[in-house]
Design a protein around this ligand. Structure first.
Ligand SMILES: *Cc1c(COP(=O)(O)O)cnc(C)c1O
Length: 411
């Protein structure tokens, strides 16, 4: 399965869709920020969030014959990790605000085969997972807290990632990195050994993060300095790959790709990356980034976009207000005429994510009407920390214009 709806990078938008490097990306202090997924937990930095889901399920002992419950509103990348463990997946309903439907979950425990439940803090707005935690404890079921959209945050003083047996994060959604995910636990010691990937992977992780920044006019001096090495990159990679291939052939083993497909707008799960550490480059960016700056900017950008769209026709924000403890991934808007608006925005080069537009085959309105409705009507816009003042002003104007133009045309 290959789609660009979850993290579309195929078409280059006019402004950065995801965080990119800039001169001020590092620095800005660490005080006063919301809790981070990495605080006070046993942590393993891997190459994607989905790999972390696979490792979390494995740590819970999920195997053949087991069922993993996944929200009917989801990223299709969440499903193959369960299959990798040998388990089947069943889908539970979500409420209109994406919260887990506890009554539906309870009804689905009847089979006695459910071994683990995945719960997601969609768009970075933390749910109260205490009732689900209690349900899991009563039934002896493992809880995986999917913080792919919530690297930072707390609700009622409870940090994201602290309620699940294991929690996972997707670093690519919050930091200017090309690959990265994390498996964390505040409740169990992690028995997961990782090793570094190839030199080619290390190089690709660094150069692709830099190239994404250059593509949007960031780091111009570095761009000039790296012009030649970047032109040689293709040749270098081929050399590295050729070396890996000959070594692989000698050992009779297949060669892993230079980087996981999770970094290229795909929903695939590649088991060859389950024991690989995130690149040195990504780990350095994580270490040097200021949580204070990331959280403050994302919250400001989200609130600003909400104000800019106040009173715009044919839409409403999924969440009426941004809770104090939330650090948003994107700004989710429910749109009355999503197809027309999305087409207008695409023509204008506006980056957007139609999260849930592609659901796992078979998950339709008969499984969960709310998920189908969210998948059809929701358009999410970037509010990440790398957007400049001018880029945000442009985004606000474009979105408002598209909504007004589509509302003016009779259906
Ligand atoms: C993106 C995403 C994942 C997987 O993260 P990757 O880093 O892309 O593998 C898991 N869950 C949700 C809800 C996501 O949006």
């Amino acid at each position: 399965m290959h789609s660009t709806t979850d993290r579309p990078r195929a078409r280059r938008p006019r402004i950065p869709h995801v965080p990119i490097l800039s001169l001020d990306a590092c620095g800005g202090g660490r005080g006063g920020a919301l809790p981070s997924l990495l605080d006070g937990a046993d942590v393993r930095l891997v190459t994607s969030g989905r790999i972390a889901i696979g490792l979390a399920l494995r740590a819970l002992g999920v195997g053949a014959g087991d069922v993993v419950l996944v929200p009917a509103y989801h990223s299709p990348s969440m499903i193959p990790p369960a299959h990798w463990c040998g388990a089947e997946v069943a889908f539970y309903r979500v409420l209109p605000d994406t919260a887990p439907d506890l009554a539906d979950i309870e009804a689905k425990l009847g089979s006695g085969r459910v071994k683990a439940i995945i719960a997601t803090h969609f768009f970075g707005i933390p749910h109260d997972l205490a009732p689900l935690r209690a349900l899991c404890d009563r039934h002896g079921i493992g809880l995986v807290e999917d913080c792919a959209h919530a690297f930072f945050g707390a609700r009622d003083g409870v940090p994201v990632g602290s309620t699940g047996d294991y929690a996972i994060g997707s670093t690519m959604k919050f930091f200017p990195v090309y690959e990265g995910g994390c498996l964390v636990s505040r409740r169990h010691r992690l028995d997961v050994a990782l090793r570094g990937a190839s030199a080619g992977f290390e190089m690709k992780a660094a150069l692709n993060a830099l190239e994404a920044a250059f593509a949007h006019g960031r780091l111009p001096v570095l761009r000039v300095l790296l012009a030649l090495p970047l032109r040689l990159k293709g040749a270098l990679w081929n050399a590295v790959k050729a070396r890996g291939e000959s070594a692989g052939t000698a050992a009779g083993a297949p060669t892993a790709a230079l980087a996981p497909s999770s970094s290229d707008s795909s929903f695939e799960f590649d088991p060859r990356w389950t024991d690989k550490r995130s690149s040195r480059f990504s780990r350095a960016v994580l270490r040097l980034s200021s949580p204070t700056r990331i959280v403050a900017r994302r919250r400001r950008n989200y609130a600003e976009l909400q104000r800019a769209l106040d009173g715009a026709p044919g839409c409403r924000p999924l969440f009426p207000r941004l809770p104090d403890g939330a650090c948003p991934w994107m700004f989710p808007l429910l749109v009355d005429r999503p197809q027309a608006v999305a087409e207008a925005l695409q023509r204008a080069g506006v980056p957007m994510t139609r999260f849930g537009a592609t659901l796992w085959p078979g998950v339709d309105a008969s499984v969960c009407a709310n998920s189908a409705d969210l998948g059809r009507r929701l358009i999410a816009f970037p509010c990440h920390q790398a957007l400049t003042d001018a880029e945000r002003a442009w985004l606000h104007a474009q979105v408002r214009q598209a909504l007004e133009a589509c509302a003016a045309v009779p259906a």
